[in-house]
Write a protein that binds this ligand. Sequence first.
Ligand code: G6P
Length: 367
Amino acid sequence: AMIGKGSYRHFMQKEIFEQPVVIGDTLQSYVDPLSRRVTLPEMPFDFAQIPRLTASACGTAYYAGLIGKYWFEQMARLPMDIDIASEFRYREAPLPENGAALFISQSGETIDTLSALRYTRQEKQHILSIVNQPESAIARESDVALQTLAGPEIGVASTKAFTTQLVVLACLALAAGRARGSLSSEREAELTSALIEVPAQASYFLEREAQLIDIANEMADASDILYMGRGSMYPLALEGALKFKEISYLHAEGYAAGELKHGAMALIDEHVPIVVCAPSGPLFDKTAGNIQEVIARGGRVVLISDSQGIEAIGEGVTHAVEVPEVSPFVAPILYALPLQLLAYHTASIKGTDVDQPRNLAKSVTVE
Ligand code: G6P
């Protein structure tokens, strides 16, 4: 069927606004809301028996995998490696006996990711994938393919595929945690409840889209933008910077908050906006310290946080974007939205070809 933009200006904008629904659809297929437990199809291996999970992906899917690493390691105590597929496929990584490999891909056709999969097949790993296209090569060549129910994604810059990949990764990590005995059933129920609340929190936030437009106006005049975060907000900062450069054609770079002083701090002045994702929670005070260092050097901070975090930082930030208060576990899913909107509005102010940015393709099937 023909897919239209409806009342939206671009497919990307429409896809951003579809997220509450498609996150909900994806959750519905991997979570039982009554028992508040994760329900996965039968796996070809037992999470309790594998020594390591080796993941590969490209682009936005790679950043989803990096966030997944925080979850698998913290909640399931399962060591996870995640590589850019084009690097993994040639670096001849030794893989453990009875290991499992994970591939994340919207299209399921990205050549580097598919080649990385074939390498792990040769190395006798169990093969799991997270794909949006169930009829794809990656899905076909996997032992189990978990589908993200994002529906067709037309915009080249990935949005709803990313957040639904995060949902599936979160569910997988919970299932692994249960199997490995590192997650009590109370804790699983608590974390599952946090996931179930995301669609409503996402709609609530999207209704407040307008707050991003003023900030985007300022961003459109900058030539360099930094993004920073700590913990699972670090890979999200990388994704925020990627989204921004893909469609605005401005240079953006993501940094781990604690790493800023090892280089990027030299760039800070009143001309370089820095977008900081800092939900309140155990890592907040550390990131707050980094924010103060940036402010002290004249930097313009765009803080994305909840009311508690915004209040704690007080004066000094140039802009504060308020996101509903959520468990740190699901924060990367919700905080993806302001980053997408910031990139989107900056690009539309600049008048770039948002859905089909120059030099980029939706699916990269040649090396
Ligand atoms: C291209 C797209 C990106 C996507 C990446 C991986 O670069 O423009 O949006 O993240 O490929 O694609 P995949 O289909 O494997 O997720």
